[in-house]
Design a protein around this ligand. Structure first.
Ligand code: ARG
Length: 409
């Protein structure tokens, strides 16, 4: 009998393959692997065999794409959540779901530990461990990459060879990639120099805007209570809808993001992202809010979005504050229902039209024609009182200044 039972968040890459064997030996443990499919493009075929050959006794592979979109990505879309105003957080939103599923499997299997393959200088280790800790305070978290003896990839490869761990002998990808249906994060290699333009081969899903076709493309998106439900007149399930917008956006060069971001662990890092569907949906959603949200709610919500984005980025999904802000955000979305037309052209998204049964745009108030219903005479009294404090302030200021002048003269 093994002393320990560990559920490992397994990707099938070098780190987690080596980790399976390493944990098995160093913790005298039975190893169960879990791989979550969040709609990434990389095929998951052969993964089960690979995990078993690396030393796992049992393998879980779960398709979480629908849950990921509906329970994590769309709530963030409703919030308008962009980290540092630019990053739609595909990676940050995926981690809590992977951690939650890891915990569910650990419970089912009666495991006493869980392990992940995140490095010791990123955000993901924090997201994993804080989420696991919040959901299962008694489970022990292991992060072998922070502590093990291997100093380089080559040392890991030597260990893998010595222990017959299958490692793919494909040509080394110069980038570190984290890919899911909501977006792709690309790091490392030449991208570490913030002055270097990302080479064409860094991108997986989008054409360069200058290489996109010469015609613009019109896309019609329908929302119901802040959630996208149809594209170009066709109702669709969440996964098909986001995949379609990734395709349409990708061929129009939409959603490339190149930013320097502030990690939770204090490092500034250069990140390149691709998120065609998320970019289009955030844009369209915002445009629908412009016509359906009452002014003070719209203005207040922007502040909440920033706080909420920081919580997600910083690994605090399963917390009372995130849940309380979510309740506020969901309440604001009750009337965010309607149709938005956007036009895509060589990397740009622009608004082409919007309509909603809850539209607060009142033509009778907005018009400059004879149909105008707005009471112009009411403005006079409004401006008198609205500007009163500033008249008072400056009257006093000017009076004091002229008295000082007289005293000097
Ligand atoms: N900086 C992003 C985040 O913290 C992505 C991190 C994962 N990146 C990667 N290429 N492996 O959410």
């Amino acid at each position: 009998m093994n002393k320990n039972k560990i559920v490992v968040a397994y990707s099938g890459g070098l780190d987690t393959s080596v980790m399976v064997k390493w944990l098995k030996d160093n913790y005298d443990a039975e190893i169960i692997t879990f791989t979550g499919n969040l709609g990434q493009t990389k095929e998951l075929v052969g993964l089960e065999e690979k995990a078993l050959n690396s030393g796992a006794s049992k393998v879980y592979i779960k398709d979480l794409t629908k849950e990921f979109l509906e329970e994590y990505a769309f709530p963030a879309l409703k919030a308008g959540a962009m980290y540092e105003e630019a990053y739609p957080m595909a990676c940050s939103l995926g981690r809590p779901l992977l951690a939650k599923t890891l915990v569910e499997i650990a419970r089912k299997e009666g495991a006493n530990m869980v392990a992940h393959g995140c490095t010791g200088k990123g955000n993901d280790q924090v997201r994993f461990e804080v989420s696991v800790g919040a959901l299962a305070p008694d489970l022990k978290n292991l992060a072998p990459l922070r502590t093990w003896e291997f100093k380089s990839r080559d040392e890991e490869i030597d260990y893998a060879k010595a222990h017959n761990i299958p490692v793919a002998v494909t040509k080394d990808n110069p980038y570190s990639i984290d890919d899911n249906i909501w977006g792709t994060a690309i790091e490392c290699g030449v991208l570490e120099d913030p002055m270097v333009e990302p080479p064409a081969d860094a991108y997986l899903h989008t054409v360069a805007p200058e290489n996109a076709h010469d015609e613009s493309e019109l896309v019609m998106i329908e929302f119901e209570k802040g959630i996208p439900v149809a594209v170009n007149g066709k109702e669709m399930d969440s996964v098909s809808l986001v995949r379609l917008l990734n395709d349409i956006g990708g061929r129009n060069g939409i959603g490339r993001i190149d930013m320097i971001e502030n990690r939770l662990v204090g490092i500034k890092s250069r990140e390149v992202y691709e998120a065609p569907a998320a970019t289009i949906l955030h844009f369209a959603h915002k445009e629908l809010e412009r016509i359906t949200l009452e002014k003070s709610v719209a203005h207040y919500k922007v502040k909440i979005a920033q706080e909420y984005s920081d919580l997600i980025y910083n690994g605090l999904w399963f917390t009372p504050l995130r849940e309380a802000l979510q309740a506020f955000i969901d309440k604001t979305q009750e009337h965010v229902t309607g149709l938005v037309k956007v036009r895509l052209y060589k990397g740009t998204v622009r608004i082409s039209g919007r309509t909603s049964p809850y539209s607060l745009y009142d033509p009778a108030l907005a018009t400059y024609t004879a149909e105008d219903q707005f009471d112009h005479t009411a403005s006079e009294g409004f401006i008198k009182i609205y500007g009163l404090p500033f008249k008072t302030y400056n009257r006093v200021k000017q009076k004091v200044a002229s008295e000082k002048k007289k005293a000097v003269a």
